[in-house]
Design a protein around this ligand. Sequence first.
Ligand code: PAF
Length: 254
Amino acid sequence: MKSPVVLKTIAEMIQWRRSVVDQSVGFVPTMGALHEGHASLLKKSGDENDITVLSIFVNPTQFNQTQDLAKYPRTWDEDIRCATAEGVDAVFYPSFTDMYPDNYIFSVHENDFSHLLCGASRPGHFQGVLTIVLKLINLVQPQKVYMGEKDYQQLHLIKKMVQALFLPTQIIGCPTIRNADGLALSSRNTRLSDDERDRSSLIYKTITTAANTTEAKTILEKAGFKIDYLVDIENRRYAAVYVGDVRLIDNVPL
Ligand code: PAF
C-alpha cells in the first residue's frame, strides 16, 4: 500500500494539482477523525476516479461554540492509516492562515434553508461550511465531490451552492453508514460513554418508526434525551438530539 502525498500549503496543492491535470479527480472534504462513513466515500471516489483527494481541516468558522471546536477529535495517525488503506492519492492538510488569508472577511451566505434546523441552533454554521467548501473546491478542482447523507442539510446546501455559483463539479450524496444497532457513524460518537452510545441507537429507531414527530419527541424525551429539533420537511425527518453534552444529528426519508 502506497502512502498518500501530504500537501500542507496552498502552493503545494496547486503545484500537485497541475501534475494530475489530465486525470479525473474525486474529492472527499473532511475534518478528520475518519470512520467507516468516510472510508465508504473514499472507496466510492476511488472506484469512480483516477485520483482521490482527501482534505483534513477542522474549520473554525463553522463552530459557533469554542468548546465544541476544542473538543473536536484530532486523530492524524489513524486518519493517514485509513487514507492509505483506501488508496487516497493526496491528503490536503492546510493551516487556518492558508485557508483564510482574508481572516474570514469574505464568506458565502445562503438566505433560506441555512437558517432552519442546524442553522437555527448554530448561527453562522452553514456560512462557515459553505465558505470553506467553496475554497476547497476551488483549490482541488475535482470533477466529483463525495459527501454523506448523514449531514443532509449540509449536502443539500452545498449542491445548491454549486448550482448557484456555476462551479464545474458534481456533488454526490452517499448513504449514511450506521452501526449494527442503527446509530449513524459520526466523529462525535467517540465522545459518548459506552452507556450513552448504546442508548443513542434509540434515535434512529424512533425517527424511523414513530408515526409523527410528536410521538418521536415523547419517546426520546422519556428516554432522557434533550431534543434540539425533530421535524418533517419535504418527505424527510430531521433530528438533532443531545446525549449528555454531545449533540447528534440524523435524518431519514419518510
Ligand atoms: O462535514 C464535514 O466534515 C464538514 O462540514 C466539511 C464539509 C468538511 C466542511 O468543513
